[in-house]
Design a binder for this molecule. Structure first.
Ligand code: NDP
Length: 337
């Protein structure tokens, strides 16, 4: 198991977590329970999990419990079930523990995966899982895109950003992404089909960089990072632009938050800026699955994964998210199918 040692105020470090061997009774769930016992195959590393490492109870999801295993989205195989909706051998996706085996008591949010030779199982924590759905809901429902619009995506090569950019291209938009390394910029331009991309770490003036890529201004900013990039984007928005506030991964240290100075642009340019949670749009999930899996099978989109091997690699993979180490969707392969 990967255990959270205690609450964390700064950017998470590997030493905030520890590996522990515990004994899980592999006996069937008790009579009358609807629990299932699963073997975890893939675990998803997601930036939002950092919020659960704080001792803060006012968010949309409660904090992790120090001394207990972390939890997150995963793909698992059912080993034993007393639940009529699942049987041994089924593959499922949904919330599970950061551990080799989990006893899942709350099964109502789990999704059964229909095995499909054309779609890797791991995609159910990425392209066809929560991050892919975030891109879909955020782009179509929050950004209200139109053909021909100018779209900017930050953290563009990541789990969410890479799909936002590709959906925007399929929608007929002009798309520019920012990312934190040359390798990621090359991926955006040469593999993911973005019109342009730049390394924000090499820009001394983010506002000037955006002006260079969007001389006519930005219609849609899909914001994955917050902070200085959001401030710079505000200055470069067009009148009636939309900003989808998806995440604030640049604001991970409580002691060093960055101020936003350009909010007046919301008024002068009549911008709509909206925060959103993918979970508010779950009624659209089956439509999303149908559209995005068919795009994938037709070769209209690609999806890049960064796969770490073994549960022991989970703490460093998770911490790496906050230093841009992941190239694409960060996943831990805990076991082979
Ligand atoms: P990514 O796969 O994009 O991984 C995180 C990336 O963030 C890193 O690779 C790094 O890329 C970038 N990053 C890290 N630190 C900084 C920093 N200080 N400044 C700028 N960029 C940084 O993550 P996801 O695609 O899974 O998530 C993207 C965002 O979406 C996150 O903010 C997340 O919290 C949010 N989110 C929101 C949801 C919602 O419902 N609203 C649901 C899911 C995710 P680089 O090398 O380019 O810097």
């Amino acid at each position: 198991q990967v255990i959270l040692k205690g609450y964390v105020d700064e950017v998470p470090k590997e030493t905030d977590m520890e590996m522990k061997v515990s004994k899980l009774e592999l006996k069937p769930p008790s009579q009358g329970s609807s629990a299932i016992l699963v073997k975890n195959l893939y675990l998803s590393c997601d930036p939002y999990m950092r919020g659960r490492m704080r001792d803060f109870h006012g968010s949309y999801i409660p904090p992790f419990v120090p001394g207990k295993a972390l939890e997150g989205f995963g793909v698992s195989k059912v080993i034993y079930s007393d639940n009529p909706n699942f049987k041994a051998g089924d593959f499922i996706s949904g919330f599970t523990g950061w551990e080799e085996y989990s006893l899942i008591l709350k099964t109502d949010q789990l999704r059964k995966i229909q095995p499909d030779d054309q779609v890797p199982l791991s995609f159910h924590v990425g392209l066809l899982g929560m991050p892919g759905f975030t891109a879909y809901a955020g782009f179509y429902e929050v950004c209200s895109p139109s053909k021909g619009e100018y779209v900017f995506v930050s953290a563009a090569s990541g789990a969410v950003g890479q799909l936002v950019g590709q959906l925007a291209k399929l929608h007929g938009c002009y798309v520019v992404g920012s990312a934190g390394s040359k390798e990621k910029v090359d991926l955006l331009k040469n593999k993911l089909g973005f019109d342009e991309a730049f390394n924000y770490k090499e820009e001394s003036d983010l506002g000037a960089a955006l002006k260079r890529y969007f001389p006519q201004g930005i219609d849609i900013y899909f914001d994955n990072v917050g902070g200085e990039m959001l401030d710079a984007a505000l200055l470069n928005m067009r009148i009636h632009g939309r900003i989808a506030i998806c995440g604030m991964v640049s604001q991970q240290s409580l002691s060093n938050p960055k101020g936003i100075y350009n909010l007046f642009c919301l008024i002068s340019k009549r911008i709509r800026m909206q925060g959103f949670l993918q979970s508010d749009y779950l009624h659209l999930y089956s439509r999303f699955l149908e559209l995005v899996s068919s795009y994938y099978k037709q070769g209209k989109i690609v999806y890049i994964e960064d796969m770490n091997e073994g549960l022991e690699s989970a703490p460093s993979a998770f911490v790496g998210l906050f230093h841009g180490k992941n190239v694409g969707k960060q996943i831990i392969r805990v076991a082979r199918e």
